[in-house]
Design a protein around this ligand. Structure first.
Ligand code: AMP
Length: 415
């Protein structure tokens, strides 16, 4: 079933959203991107004459009630965004009556799902090494099913629009789907867009395809790098991982960030790229600093000849030119992870060069997907969010999807 085909009139829809928004110490929302992301789905259901039961997690309350993570704090903001009053169910597992009383056009927001350990389905307060752990896990799985069944009982249909948690097999993201047949469960608009974006990168590729992987470490990106190696024409590896590659090839990297236990892996990636005919673009020069701070002294040096006491903080001018060349001619572009310590204003040039080249290629018809917290922060910092094709809302979920893993939240609906 799809959200455009389902007849919501007179129906109750339980919708899993990701309203895990950041709050300040007074409980005010500091970034409402996630609420805005779910609005098309929520508004569509209301406009069609359906009633909404909205459910989400917030933070990590670890199965315990904790007012700090109460979704009651965002009730008014949700009402304002929807342009409709929102009722609140203070216990998500005891909302039968409130759900039954809902009339078409009405909205019920459930309290934080993670106030119940059943949401995540992991036993709490028992160590994995404990001999009783396996039994506790079994019991938890059974009560997770019951919890999901209770949530399912509130509604006629189930919509999952929480891409941010699609890589988790939780009660509200996957298990609940077992209680609805294929005609009564569907992805929301945001999920559909995210799934399509990943498909554009993994299956529906227009060539040349350039992937840019940055950030601090090779180790956290290796699954993606290996999956992409079979698909891309150009692979730019930048950011902190530059120096692991430089050292692996015998370079001098001063105090630069480096994973010494990943030197062989770096050499293996270089060999794989060669064997597969992938144009691997690594930094040749860098902006080095004498301290990890915005106000440090800087100099441009070869990325494999950094003086003692200095560390590579950003891509150098020659490297930025090479990045731009590999990006500007591309028809499909993926960017995850900054090219330097972009949080410091004096080390943003490498990431800015990438963003500008992506914007240029996109203006010429390329498809560009930006994902993963820090590259999204980068593109926002540069005010260029409207110059790329798609910015993913999912951190871990996007990365797992690009690694080629099946997302439980999507599989539960699409099979
Ligand atoms: P990740 O979470 O692995 O995507 O890495 C993002 C982080 O990598 C950002 O906080 C950047 O500041 C950091 N980063 C990028 N380049 C470097 C570098 N040359 N040295 C240290 N950290 C870096």
């Amino acid at each position: 079933m799809t959200i455009d085909n389902y007849k919501f009139a007179g129906q109750k829809a339980i919708v899993r959203v990701d309203f895990n928004v950041p709050l300040d110490e007074n409980g005010n929302i500091t970034d409402d991107t996630r609420i805005r992301g779910a609005l098309p789905t929520l508004k569509k259901i209301l406009a069609d004459g359906g009633a909404l039961i909205i459910m989400s997690h917030m933070g990590k309350p670890k199965g315990k009630v904790n007012p700090k993570f109460s979704l009651s704090q965002i009730k008014d903001a949700v009402a304002k965004a929807l342009g409709a009053p929102v009722l609140f169910a203070p216990d998500c597992a005891k909302a039968q009556q409130a759900a039954a009383d809902l009339k078409p056009g009405e909205v019920l927001l459930l309290e934080n799902l993670r106030f119940y350990a059943e949401e995540e389905g992991k036993p709490v307060g028992i160590d994995k090494e404990d001999p009783a752990y396996e039994q506790a896990k079994k019991e938890m799985k059974a009560s997770q099913k019951e919890f999901a069944k209770t949530l399912a009982s509130y509604a006629d249909c189930y919509v999952n629009d929480a891409f941010g948690t699609a890589h988790r097999k939780h009660a509200s993201t996957a298990v609940i789907a077992d209680f609805f047949d294929a005609d009564h469960k569907m992805l929301g608009y945001l999920m559909e867009k995210e799934v399509q974006a990943v498909d554009n990168i993994l299956s529906n590729i227009r060539r040349p395809f350039t992937a840019i992987m940055g950030g601090s470490k090779v180790s956290t990106k290796i699954g993606i790098i290996e999956n992409l190696m079979d698909k891309v024409d150009n692979l730019i590896l930048c950011g902190g991982m530059t120096y692991t590659f430089a050292k692996a090839q015998g370079g001098k990297i001063g105090n630069s960030i480096c994973e010494d236990d990943k030197l062989d892996l770096a050499l293996d990636i270089i060999a794989q790229a060669k064997a597969k005919g992938v144009n691997l673009v690594l930094g040749s020069d860098c902006v080095a600093a004498d301290d990890f701070s915005n106000d440090a002294h800087t100099q441009v040096v070869p990325a494999n000849d950094i003086p003692d006491g200095w560390e590579g903080m950003d891509a150098g001018p020659e490297t930025r030119k090479a990045f731009a060349e590999a990006i500007e001619g591309a028809k499909t572009i993926l960017w995850n992870g900054p090219a330097g310590v972009f949080e410091f204003d004096n080390f943003t040039d490498g990431s800015r060069a990438i963003a500008e080249a992506i914007a240029k290629a996109t203006a010429q018809g390329a498809y560009s997907l930006i994902g993963g917290g820090d590259s999204v922060a980068c593109i926002n910092k540069f005010g260029m969010a409207d110059q790329v094709s798609y910015i993913s809302t999912g951190g871990g979920a996007l990365l797992e999807a690009i690694e080629g893993k099946v997302l439980p939240g999507v599989a539960a609906i699409k099979g």
